[in-house]
Design a protein around this ligand. Structure first.
Ligand code: SF4
Length: 328
């Protein structure tokens, strides 16, 4: 499978995209080595950071200075057992694997994502199931990672069925595979998962160029099998901090029966500073999107403050004494 054939240098990525690697970028490095696959790399049209796929794949020179912080969102504090992150009473996130099809430079868990193999679920799942037995108030599990779709079909089904047997009522699978390696989302896999519905699929498209014919096919396989598909986009400076780019993306998503669900302010993770936008940028973009798009195509703009209020929705309007107040 192409997914096992990783591209791990800027030169390899450029060659795959049919581009010449600029000499000054050949030695670009980061404590977190890059990796991607030939499908995702082939979307690159320019070998510089103005290309959205290049910027999301190749370490920026600023990253070399990044402070090594393995748990910037303090997820370990919220782990009652290894692998389970519980911030809310009724739901929790299970990290089934730390493997992905491509390492995104803006990833919240970028310090944990492994450069290969690393599927740890056989070790963690039994303890997680034990914990759930005595915490029946948890009704919803988000199977995340890494990307759970890097696991073979049988292993993914084993995990899903174990949660269902445990009495979990709603499952979500968080995956960027429809974006980074959509050929993995086969009809066969979708049919196998269908037996465990309801399963909500959470994808992560950030830019309209990611909505390729292959990606549309993967989304069709999911939708035809009956899965509701929601998308989370991260607002990234230089990649999609422009309402025209996001308008195009959200139009394409609804045309493929995917709901634009959240637009996230980029988390303040060391090494991602070059992607950060001011909050005002997001609010302005949301206002412009509201003017252009139908309600089903407009996501909620979210700032995640995990150690404080959790997910905070932001809007360009608020209310005081029964009057609507608008931001500038
Ligand atoms: S696919 Fe998801 S988990 Fe993997 S690097 Fe990208 S954002 Fe992070």
């Amino acid at each position: 499978m192409i997914i096992n054939n990783r591209l791990t240098s800027v030169k390899e990525v450029c060659e795959c995209a049919g581009l010449t690697c600029p000499a000054e970028l050949e030695a670009v490095s980061s404590p977190l080595k890059m990796f991607t696959n030939s499908y995702y790399a082939s979307m690159i049209k320019k070998a510089d950071y103005s290309d959205p796929i290049f910027a999301m794949t190749v370490p920026s020179p600023e990253e070399a200075e990044a402070k090594n912080d393995c748990d910037p969102l303090e997820e370990e504090k919220f782990m009652p057992v290894p692998g389970l992150i519980r911030r809310y009473p009724d739901r929790a996130v299970y990290t089934a694997t730390l493997n992905c099809a491509s390492r995104c430079r803006h990833c919240t868990r970028r310090w944990q994502i492994m450069e290969g193999k690393a599927a740890n679920w056989r070790e963690t799942l039994p303890k997680v199931l034990d914990f759930l037995k005595s915490h029946t108030e948890i009704e919803e599990i988000i199977i995340s990672g890494g990307d759970p779709l890097t696991l073979p079909d049988e292993e993914l089904i084993e995990i899903v069925s174990a949660f269902k047997l445990q009495g979990i009522k709603v499952l979500r699978i968080g995956t960027r595979m429809p974006v980074t390696f959509p050929m993995r989302v086969t009809k066969d896999l979708c049919q196998k998962l269908k037996a465990y519905s309801p399963i909500w699929i959470q994808t992560h498209f950030n830019h309209p160029v990611e909505v390729t014919p292959e990606a549309c096919e993967a989304l069709k396989n999911l939708v035809d099998a009956g899965f509701p598909v929601n998308n989370q986009t991260v607002l990234l400076k230089g990649v999609n901090d422009d309402s025209r780019v996001l308008e195009k993306l959200f139009r394409l998503l609804i045309q493929n029966s995917v709901r634009p669900y959240y637009l996230f302010q980029c988390d303040k993770i060391p090494g991602t500073e070059h992607f950060w936008t001011p909050l005002e940028t997001g609010i302005k973009i949301m206002k412009e999107l509201r003017e252009k798009l139908s309600g089903i195509a407009v996501p909620t703009f979210i700032v995640d403050r995990p150690a404080l209020e959790g997910k905070v929705p932001l809007s360009y309007a608020t209310a005081k004494e029964n009057e609507i107040l608008f931001t500038e």
